[in-house]
Structure formats: C-alpha cells, structure tokens
Design a protein around this ligand. Structure first.
Ligand SMILES: [Zn+2]
Length: 438
C-alpha cells in the first residue's frame, strides 16, 4: 500500500472549511470576542504535522498569533513575509442563508464568515507549505509565515504587537504579501485585470469635543454644545477634499481605461471610475482624503442643555502629508472645537516594479493567459500598516480568480460571504508558482 498525500488543490478546500468552522469573531473587545486561539492552534498543528515549528504568541487570553520560518535554499538572501489574519468580523446568523460558521460547500462556493477575509488565503498558504514539506520543495529564500490576531480591530493584539515586541521573528524580511489584492476584475473573456495592492490609505480616527454653557432647555441659549457640534459635523460630512491622483491611482486608471476603452480625463478621473461597476466604491475612495462622521454623543436629559458634546470622525488619508490633511480638516471644523486623536496609522505606497512584482505577474499569467496585473490603492487598512514599520515593502497579493458577475467588494464583512472553490484552487496554483519563483 502506498500512502498518497492529498493534492494541495483538494486540501485547500478542507483547510478553508475547517478554518471557517472555527468562530474567531473579533468584536474589538476581548471580553466579547471569540478569540483566535482555536484557529491559531489549528494552524500551528497543521504546520507542526509537516515539520514546520510554529511559535505561538498570545497577547490577551485567547488572542493568539502564530509565526513560523521556512528556511530557504539561499540563506544569504532577504526573507519574504507571507501574512494572513485569523480573526473575522461578527456575523448575524439570522441574516445569512447558511450558518456563517458552517463552512458549507454548495453552488461551487465555500460559505462562511472569513471566506474571502481572509481564511481563504490562510488556507492557501497552509496548503502550499504542507505540500512542499511533504514533497521536499525548498523555497529559494526564507519565508516567514505570520497568522495574526486582531486585524479587524486595528491589530494592536496582533501584527503591531509582533512588530513591537518580537521584531526578531521577522529578521531579514524585506518584502511581504498579504490581503487585499491579487483578485480578478473581468474586462472580457480574454482579459482579466488582477489588482495588486501597492498602496493603502492612512487612518485618522478623531474625536471632536464641543463645549458650551450648560442650561435649561426652555430658555434662550446662544452657547449650546450640541448645536456647535452638529454644525461642525454637518460641514465635515458634506465636505469634499480636493482631488489628488497619486502614482498608484494614476497607473491603475491608465491601465483600466486602456483595457475598457474609457476616455480618461486626468482632471476628472471620477467619471472613468464611475464606469468600473462594483469596484468603483473602492477606487473612488482613493482619489481624495475622506472624513465620515460615525458617532455622536451628547446630553443626559431631554430638557437639559449639556455642557459638552462629542463626535467621532473616521478619516482616511492619501499617502503624503497627513499634517496637511489635518490643517484642511481644521479649516472645515472651525477653530472652536477640540480635536482628539484616537487612532493614527500612516498611509503606505510602494512602486509596482521589481523581481517580486514580475513573479506575481508571471504566476498569474501561467494560470490565466488573460491575466494582467495592475497596481491599485486600498481605501481601507490591513496588517501591512504594522509590517511596514519594520521597513518591509508590503503588497496585497492573495490571488483569486473570480467569476465576472460576482460583486466581490460587497462580500467583505458582508452577508453570505463566500469564496469560489475553483478560485481557491486557482489561488493555490498561483501562490505555489509565485513563492517558488520569489
Ligand atoms: Zn482582512
């Protein structure tokens, strides 16, 4: 009898289903979160089983990270980091057509919270590494694997902790791949653009504090904190920051306009962006700073004018001068309100060139002759924000071929999140080729 190993393209589906069945909900508060420990133990077990020694690092109870290093053929070369987070955002089973933690497979998809964000890529990485370990494949250079906690709440208990407290685990890493990139956008039967993330907007979460004179709700009152706050919040919410086309967005728009035959006016890229369909809401947010009011708090009694009122503004900044953005925002808010910084993470941008980018494009083309890799900027944030602090050049490259009619961006944190089975298998083949050539 010969023992036969499962093909990585088969195993990836089982690995993904197993991970989806593990509830690793992150609410932003460890007391109400399911935590990542069970998922981390699963990953560590799958690595140890094939001879990769994982390091397990826990920050708060149940908030667990896994890091491992696979030695490369040339120890003199810089290392490559491959990272994926293990946590997921909450899911309400009443809203879903399957249970969000069932890992069901039907209609050609694996269903579950985390199916595209991002247990799919965690499973692909495991499938490739397990296959290599079983068949004696050595990567050309060291590969560091990081499976992180807490990405969905800013990564303080995950990637930022690892970078601050255990930088030695990433020694020699100069480049990294993780979410959110490498997915396809179908132009026609013969052309699919694969969006590789080379830039990420920055995060500025601000709390505005308005102060006034407390008083009785029945009287004339000209120093009302609620009124002052509401006026400033309305101005911010309706404000449009000036158009700025960064090198990444310019490259993306040139590629996509040429592919689609859309006229691109450099002074009005938004007309071209509006024609992109479902990805327009991602790309549209990358030509300006944005500032969205998200929370309001004031008052404690219906007939009492409170002395203070606060609002939270979720700002996303373009690469460049964040202080210049804050000066623009101050103009909109006016001089009277106090601005408190509650979260600040700078934007990232790298160039779309070099051997690693060539390896991505070649791996995609080998599995999809109609593939064309293009750079783009993500309007949100990922663990790349943490790893870039170590001087690592970060890319979003979690390859996935998607059906033309799938509204991919709506599945992120969305209801009925699911990943195509053949997309997962495509991802494994591309990742295998890419890592062998990187
Ligand atoms: Zn994610």
């Amino acid at each position: 009898m010969t023992l036969r190993h499962p093909a990585p393209t088969d195993e990836v589906v089982e690995l993904c289903r197993d991970l989806l069945r593990i509830d690793s909900t992150n609410t932003g508060d460890t007391r109400t979160s399911a935590g990542e420990r069970a998922a981390a133990e699963y990953v560590a077990g799958k690595l140890a089983e094939v001879g990769v020694e994982p390091t397990i690092l826990e920050t708060e109870p149940g908030r667990t990270n896994v890091v491992a290093r696979i030695p490369g053929a040339d120890p003199g070369r810089d290392a490559l980091l491959v990272h994926g987070h293990l946590d997921v955002v909450p899911a309400d089973p009443d809203e879903w057509s399957v249970h969000p933690f069932s890992g069901e497979v039907h209609d050609g998809y694996v269903w579950g919270r985390g199916a595209i964000d991002m247990k799919d890529f965690d499973a692909m990485t495991l499938a490739v590494v397990r296959d290599w370990q079983r068949t004696g494949v050595r990567p050309p250079r060291d590969i560091v694997l990081a499976f992180t906690a807490d990405e969905e709440a800013g990564s303080d208990l995950g990637a930022h902790f690892l970078v601050e407290r255990h930088p030695e685990l990433f020694e020699g890493c100069t480049e990294a791949v993780g979410e959110v990139g490498g997915f396809s956008y179908t132009v026609n039967d013969n052309l699919r653009l694969y969006l590789v993330e080379t830039a990420e907007k920055g995060i500025e979460w601000l709390r505005l504090h308005a102060r006034g004179r407390p008083g009785h709700g029945s009287m004339i009152h000209d120093d009302n904190a609620v009124t002052a706050l509401a006026e400033a919040v309305s101005r911010v919410g309706r404000h449009r920051f000036p158009l700025v086309v960064t090198p990444t967005v310019r490259a993306f728009l040139e590629e996509v306009s040429a592919a689609l035959g859309i006229e691109l006016d450099p002074d009005d890229p938004e007309t071209a962006i509006a024609k992109l369909g479902p990805i327009a809401n991602i790309i549209g947010a990358t030509v300006r700073h944005t500032a969205n009011p998200t929370r309001l708090e004031a008052g404690y009694k219906d007939n009492v004018i409170p002395g203070r009122a606060t609002a939270t503004i979720d700002c996303r900044t373009l690469p460049g001068d964040a202080d210049e953005f804050l000066a623009q925002l101050r103009e909109v808010i006016g001089p009277d309100l106090e601005i408190e910084h509650i979260q600040r993470q700078p934007a990232l941008e790298t160039t779309f060139d070099g051997a690693l980018v060539d390896a991505m494009a070649a791996a995609l083309r080998a599995e999809d002759p109609g593939a064309r890799a293009v750079p783009y900027m993500l309007s949100g944030g990922t663990d790349a924000k943490a790893f870039t602090r170590l001087g690592i050049r970060c890319f979003g490259f979690a390859p996935l071929r998607l059906p033309a009619d799938l509204n991919f961006s709506a599945l992120f944190h969305g209801i009925d999140e699911r990943v195509p089975v053949d997309g997962l298998q495509f991802g494994v083949r591309v990742l295998d080729r890419f890592l062998r050539a990187s």
